[in-house]
Design a protein around this ligand. Structure first.
Ligand code: GCB
Length: 660
């Protein structure tokens, strides 16, 4: 690790198979409630990259002990954002090592003077390895760039005379063979060719390793006896929705819990008491995917009220969780949602756009969802890492189905299959399931993308990671995405759905689109013959530079992308009558990668540009997705009237039943 690894992997002890979650503590999304307050710390932070040779000057000089500005120059850094592209110094763009963020915050007296208030610092994502101090005291450490972590800082902010606190976060973006994603540092020691100490970071994935505080950092409060986690699973029995809940409480053993389930009009449809139970909802409104039913994405609200006895008397905590009632199942040929065949017609994405890199951004999020609905997409995969929690919430609300992928991308080297890596991967799956388990939109976990799953250790590795994920969440299927062929893939026996990527007539047989149909047909038939499991074409596509035109089509032109897609679609249309249950284009939008002669300012396989403008293929795909939706939707007649103008989601002037 550039600058040395200050942290060590937390190796799991005995795995708790079949049990809820092996990780200690919940990770409920912070929400305001009568007993809770949240405060986002977005905006400008002080920032410094440690350019010292060993990248450890910050630790040697203890930059966390005093305000960063007192120890040298700082720059303003927006949070959330990646630090790479906001500066004018090229060295920052490709910087590898420790960077330091700092923010001073004034806290309200009611947070600092009430000893029955718990104050928590939550970091939505710090890529990759983070150390956190508050007023110079170390409070948290986290490995992994895509999942939230927290520190209870109540005692720190409630003991001093000051109501201000200084938050310092050091982040290292170095990847090792054991991180997820993995990477390696390569030192170039030939001083006739490279300056002294020269090194580069190599990775086996195809996106830029943006780094920094990518998602909201916030402070929130709870009472000292509080609702720590809620786990909900749902089922349907002859029209009656079943909501199974389990509530975890911290801070006291003496408490009472009351739950109520509210419909979208605020009416109470079921209630219960105690830490676990089942709520029954006769004639339940089910959570349906977008374009599958006239009322997609119906969300109930599970209101939880905790009352506890403390030395100071009785205290209460309130938390409200959105709940979608739906079922998911997989047969040999079908993916079923609420017992009906579901066909994934959607996209792969990246959390990537312009100078903010992977920084979370509301306008971008809303634009992307508007584009998804314009396209008639009903699903996406979080390629190749978990996305922000706010993204998952919007998927629940809009009915966009998600294959929730871990950051297990670029698992290529033999070292990345050893026990250190395996234990870390299990822990990452725990963090992911802990965060996303209650989202109805999430219908499947993907533990990895395109590993070298033909290598001998891959069999045990994927068997273990998949079994662990299923033990954490028995209610969802599990997969990983492969590009290995069916005869050599050692992980495929353990997945529920085969997800396969292929780039016929792109990475080979350049320009020869006439081979696509035969190669793709062979691909599907071989996989089905070996496994008899439903198959998703989880990636296919072609790099396309917006505005490049060639007819007859040549590679990189908009015409080539369209034609290549159409060849794929011809086969998909045959095979979706059999066992192919989905198609996800690579990619929704162009995105940034490392520099290489293969990439012209990034990967250009988007059907939208990085600025979210359509290429010709976007219109082709839009026609196709709406046509498939028309064929596959449930409650067709009701759906027609909905699409003709009764939905808040659709434009009144557009008849979506005509794809013209
Ligand atoms: C893949 C990878 C994806 C790449 C894509 C490409 O198979 O899964 O991360 O970006 O191909 O464009 O090469």
């Amino acid at each position: 690790m550039a600058g040395g690894a200050a942290g060590r992997w937390a190796v799991l002890g005995a795995l708790v198979w079949g049990c809820a979650l092996a990780l200690q503590g919940g990770m409920l999304y912070p929400r305001d409630s009568p007993s809770r307050e949240r405060r986002e710390l977005g905006g400008l932070w002080s920032f410094r990259a440690d350019f010292s040779d060993n990248r450890r000057q910050g630790f040697e000089q203890q930059w966390y002990r005093r305000p960063l500005r007192e120890l040298g120059p700082t720059m303003d850094m927006p949070v959330p954002s990646s630090f790479n592209d906001v500066g004018q110094d090229g060295r920052l763009r490709s910087f590898v090592g420790w960077v330091w963020y700092e923010r001073e915050v004034i806290l309200p007296q009611r947070w600092t003077q009430d000893l029955y208030t718990r104050v928590v610092l939550r970091i939505g994502s710090a890529h990759y390895h983070a150390l956190v101090w508050v007023n110079g005291i170390h409070v948290a450490e986290h490995e992994g760039g895509h999942l939230p972590f927290e520190a209870d800082i109540s005692r720190l902010v409630q003991t001093g005379p000051l109501s201000s606190c200084r938050i310092t976060i050091a982040i290292n973006n170095t990847l090792t063979p054991h991180t997820l994603p993995p990477g390696t540092i390569q030192y170039q020691k030939d001083t006739s060719k490279y300056p002294k100490g020269y090194f580069v970071q190599n990775t086996d994935f195809d996106f830029f390793n943006y780094a920094g505080l990518h998602r909201p950092v916030l402070l929130y409060t709870t009472p000292t006896t509080y609702i720590d986690d809620i786990a909900v699973t749902t089922d349907v029995d002859q029209g009656t929705g079943l909501v199974n809940y389990q509530i975890f409480v911290q801070g006291s053993d003496h408490f009472e819990l009351k739950v109520r389930l509210l419909d979208e009009d605020g009416g109470v449809v079921a209630q219960g008491t105690g830490a676990q139970g089942q709520l029954q909802v006769p004639s339940a409104h089910l959570w349906w995917p977008y374009l599958m039913h006239e009322h997609p994405a119906y969300l109930y609200a599970l209101e939880v009220r905790l009352t506890a006895q403390t030395a100071a008397g009785s205290t209460s905590d309130f938390y409200t969780l959105p709940v979608g009632i739906r079922t998911v199942a997989v047969t040999k040929r079908q993916f079923l949602i609420n017992g009906k065949p579901f066909y994934f017609h959607g996209v792969n994405k990246h959390e990537d756009a312009d100078i903010r890199g992977k920084g979370f951004d509301w306008p971008l999020l809303v634009k992307d969802f508007n584009l998804l609905r314009w396209l008639g997409a009903n699903a996406f995969r979080t390629s190749h890492y978990p996305y922000a929690e706010e993204v998952m919430q919007l998927c629940d609300r809009y009915g966009i189905v998600v294959i929730d992928e871990s950051p297990g991308v670029g698992i290529v080297l033999p070292e990345s299959y050893d026990n250190v890596s395996l234990h870390h991967h299990l822990e990452v799956m725990e963090e992911l399931v802990r965060r996303d388990k209650n989202h109805p939109a999430v219908v499947m976990w993907s533990v990895a993308n395109e590993p070298t799953s033909f290598l001998e250790p891959a069999a045990y590795y994927f068997k273990t990671v998949i079994a662990h994920t299923k033990a954490l969440d028995p209610s969802r299927p599990v997969t990983f995405v492969t590009r290995v062929d069916s005869a050599s893939d050692l992980g495929a026996p353990y997945v529920d759905v085969i997800c396969v990527n292929s780039y016929y007539s792109w990475y080979h047989d350049y320009g020869h689109m006439e081979v696509i149909q035969v190669q793709l047909t062979t691909q599907f038939e071989k996989w089905y013959q070996v496994y008899q499991k439903p198959i998703i074409q989880s990636e296919y596509g072609a790099d396309t530079i917006a505005g490049f035109h060639q007819d007859p089509p040549l590679m990189f032109s908009e015409e080539y992308q369209k034609d290549l897609l159409e060849h794929y679609h011809w086969v998909l249309d045959q095979k979706r009558k059999e066992y192919v249950v989905g198609e996800l284009i690579w990619n929704f939008a162009d995105f940034m990668t490392d520099q290489s002669p293969m990439r012209a300012l990034g990967n250009k396989k988007g059907i939208f540009t990085r600025q979210r403008q359509p290429k010709s293929a976007a219109f082709l795909l839009r026609d196709r997705y709406w046509k498939i939706a028309n064929e596959t939707m449930y409650h067709l007649s009701a759906m027609k009237s909905w699409c003709l103008g009764n939905s808040p989601f659709t434009s009144k002037s557009k008849n979506y039943f005509s794809t013209a």
